[in-house]
Design a protein around this ligand. Sequence first.
Ligand SMILES: [Zn+2]
Length: 227
Amino acid sequence: MIKDLVTVKRSKRARHVALRLDPVERVINLIVPRHMPLNKAYRFAQDHEDWVKKTLGKLPETIPFTHDTILPVFGDKVRLDIAIDPTLKRTTLKQCDDALYIKTYQQDPANRITMHLKKIARAGLADIVSDKASGIGKSVKSVTIRDTKSRWGSCSQDANMSFSWRLIFAPYSAIDYVVAHEVSHLIHMDHSPAFWEVCKSLSCDYKNGKRWMKENGNSLMCYGKKL
Ligand SMILES: [Zn+2]
């Protein structure tokens, strides 16, 4: 039944009925314009049942933050080593080259691990940003970390940048490309050919980085989620 496969979202702004994947919630939303009868929207979904099934079937597996999980972090492999001891008073995290040691009283320290990874993300991304920005004689006001669903990075008119913390799970060439992209906006606030020239010159592997994000960006959403 198509009704079991999609989640109805009434929308005031939508002008057409549409099916849209939400990679974070791992559902397909059926976007229904305000005045459209629901049956008509379901008929549209029914016509695209093959796409719905294929898209749901292709969702990457979730990778929860549990003991012995191996995470790619800025291109390195980091193993989570979680030791639970209910008598402990607080949670401690120690990052070594290839492992993150977590000693905790919590049954599920996933949130603490997420906080730690966000800190690493901010520091690492800010480093790459300042490197690239100084290379073109520009400076950046601030670098913040968010958990966005569709935008991996952004750069405001007044040089404030933000990135999704989940970028750290991407291959280095992809992280490097996203940062190069936002830093290039310090010179061109558009996506003109001149912008892409700067972006290319600031990237270590522009072609592969850009392609990886386009083809696999959604897979970054599966980290830290429970089955
Ligand atoms: Zn852009």
